[in-house]
Design a protein around this ligand. Structure first.
Ligand SMILES: [Zn+2]
Length: 244
């Protein structure tokens, strides 16, 4: 393994492998921000287009919703000047039942092409426990392992962060299964406490995902929402048994 990057030394080449448009912004907007401002490059892959993130009685067609969420993702990344975004187009909610070999092959091809210093994705808990998230973690880990280049980081939450927001999460029903596993200090690859200007840009990226974020921000209240998004943590996947 190469040496661990520190906040003053962001990866030059970052590859985010995510399940839905908006995962990348909630979990890694601040990281993408620092990579770009340090002169690095960011590539984002979304495995699904997120067309299931709407009420069942939404009158729009699945194709319209896919188009909307793709354009929201492009706009969100546009906040950072990132335009390298890849869409794998797997049905939203269908990752765990999609045939795995072609998906791992597709992810492997991106890792080989991009040759990232860091691949960032979900850990085995998938943060929210969403099936698509946990599946993305597994597929991304496999693709990264095949190439054997750079580091693999898992988006994570600290115990302190989970405790601070537990009441709010319970009230709003944020987790689909249970709370994510709090990251241990010795597993932390990078912990970012975002500066006010970084929170401002992250809020703009999330606003671009308005079909998903508006309702969350309204439920929390704007001031709380901004505090809720102000920290990003990335875990080295040693404990997950991912490293060889
Ligand atoms: Zn998601």
């Amino acid at each position: 393994m190469t040496s661990i990057h520190t906040p003053t030394d962001p990866p030059r080449r970052l590859l985010g492998l995510w399940a839905h448009p908006d995962d990348e912004s909630y979990l890694s907007a601040g990281l993408m921000d620092r990579v770009v401002r340090a002169g690095g490059q960011v590539t984002v892959v979304t495995l699904t287009d997120g067309e299931a993130g709407f009420p069942e009685d939404d009158p729009r067609s699945a194709e319209e919703l896919r188009r909307l969420r793709r354009s929201e993702l492009r706009a969100a990344l546009g906040v950072y000047g990132v335009d390298d975004v890849r869409f794998l187009g797997i049905p939203d909610g269908g990752l765990s039942t999609a045939p795995e070999p072609p998906l791992v092959d597709a992810l492997e091809a991106v890792v080989r092409e991009v040759r990232p210093d860091v691949v960032v994705t979900f850990g085995p808990d998938g943060i929210t426990g969403h099936d698509d998230h946990t599946t993305t973690s597994r597929l991304a880990g496999e693709a990264w392992r095949r190439v054997g280049h750079g580091e693999l980081w898992h988006a994570a939450k600290t115990d302190g962060w989970l405790a601070r927001w537990r009441e709010l999460h319970d009230r709003l029903g944020v987790w689909m299964t249970e709370e994510p596993t709090g990251v241990r200090e010795d597993e932390i690859a990078l912990l970012l406490d975002l500066a006010p200007a970084e929170i401002e840009r992250k809020r703009a990226a999330l606003a671009a995902h308005g079909s998903q974020s508006d309702i969350v921000a309204a439920a929390m209240g704007e001031a709380t929402y901004r505090r809720w998004i102000d920290q990003e943590t990335f875990r080295l996947p040693l404990a997950a048994g991912v490293l060889r």
